[in-house]
Design a protein around this ligand. Structure first.
Ligand SMILES: [Zn+2]
Length: 349
């Protein structure tokens, strides 16, 4: 299980904005290639690993975890040598000024320009991303074009840290899911055939999961996520608002989000599994966000799907926080739920 943290560290430090997931693929492949029966990379960049089951179940299970993270992309070059950027996926622009970043495949260091505090009266409003510039120290436009061409990805320069019972790092949405999927693929074979899809472009519209689910044609889809935990202290007038998920309370099971609803039997199956195996769990408060399950459940003639997630504070920001126990329990719950899966679990009443 310590592998989970070591692998999460390598995954978190890798750069992979939507559509540029190559670094993350390169971290994953060597970690699984001796434990699975086949690995394919499709035309969009999904890495799909096949691990044969023990043969006691005929079911084909697709487990997805997305490789991409939110970030920025170079979209122009200013005459002073700074870079124009746009966001890839949802990032609040107010977070950006002053952050250090890595630009392009060579991981050139840069900083998102910030007006001096001496002019703070001009910067009281959240900036528009189109007004921000990434400064890589280039001396003029042509040098900037050479170092950081159009389309170069820009990621937060955050280094992973393992704390006592928690981890701090970037892109836990969804490198936490990737770490768990790696863990499952490296484990003992399960009763069913497992297709582990490390997907691309989730943050810009669940794109990789759609084509991966079409190709695999599974009987059921399980999406592993790092999801929003907003369990921070609230102002008194907000006190009755339930957090979406909370750190340290176990895997968050989705009943419904903006992209899909979980079929009642499948939901009950996962909850029952957690109760029987004494694994703590929480129900994610419905209505927020979308997940790869939204892409998977509409593949072909329809696939029953569910999302199980590790609660992470501060997702879609330069640094997130998760609890190691939540990570471990999520891996345990998904493994146990798959072992107990039957055709009946997937039938519609
Ligand atoms: Zn995600």
């Amino acid at each position: 299980m310590n592998d989970l943290i070591t692998n999460l560290e390598a995954l978190s430090n890798a750069a992979g904005i939507s559509g540029n997931e190559g670094d993350v693929r390169q971290v994953i492949r060597p970690l699984i290639e001796n434990s699975v029966d086949d690995i394919q990379v499709d035309a969009l960049g999904n890495l799909i690993a096949y691990k044969a089951g023990t043969g006691t179940s005929e079911l084909r299970v697709l487990i997805t975890a997305h490789m991409d993270e939110v970030g920025l992309m170079v979209v122009g070059h200013n005459s002073d040598g700074t870079l124009k950027v746009d966001t890839v996926g949802g990032i609040p622009a107010r977070l950006l000024p002053g952050l250090t970043v890595y630009v392009g495949a060579e991981r050139i260091s840069g900083v998102i320009g910030l007006e001096a505090i001496h002019r703070a009266n001009r910067t009281s409003k959240a900036p528009d991303v189109s007004k921000l510039a990434v400064d890589i120290g280039a001396n003029g436009q042509s040098e900037a074009q050479e170092i950081a061409p159009l389309g170069a990805p820009v990621v937060f320069a955050t280094q992973f840290k393992a704390l006592e019972q928690s981890c701090l790092g970037k892109a836990f949405d969804d490198r936490a899911g990737c770490a768990i999927l790696i863990n499952i693929l490296r484990g003992e074979p399960l009763p069913c055939d497992i297709y582990g899809a490390f997907t691309v472009q989730e943050e810009v519209g669940l794109r990789g999961a759609r084509v991966a689910a079409y190709a695999v044609a599974p009987d059921v889809g399980i999406t592993l996520e790092g999801t929003l935990a907003d369990d921070l202290p609230k102002p008194p007038d907000d006190a009755d608002v339930s957090p979406t998920t909370e750190l340290g309370k176990g895997p968050a099971i989705t009943v419904m989000d903006r992209s899909y609803t979980t079929p009642p039997r499948l939901l009950q199956h996962v909850i029952q599994t957690a109760e029987d195996e004494a694994i703590p769990f929480q129900i994610k408060q419905p209505g927020i966000g979308g997940t790869d399950a939204g892409g998977v459940h509409q593949a072909r003639a329809g696939v029953p799907a569910i999302t199980v997630a590790v609660p992470c504070r501060y997702i879609h920001s330069p640094v997130s926080m998760l609890r190691v126990d939540d990570l471990r329990y999520t891996a345990a719950l998904v493994g146990a739920a798959i072992r107990r899966l039957t055709q009946d679990t997937l039938s519609i009443t």
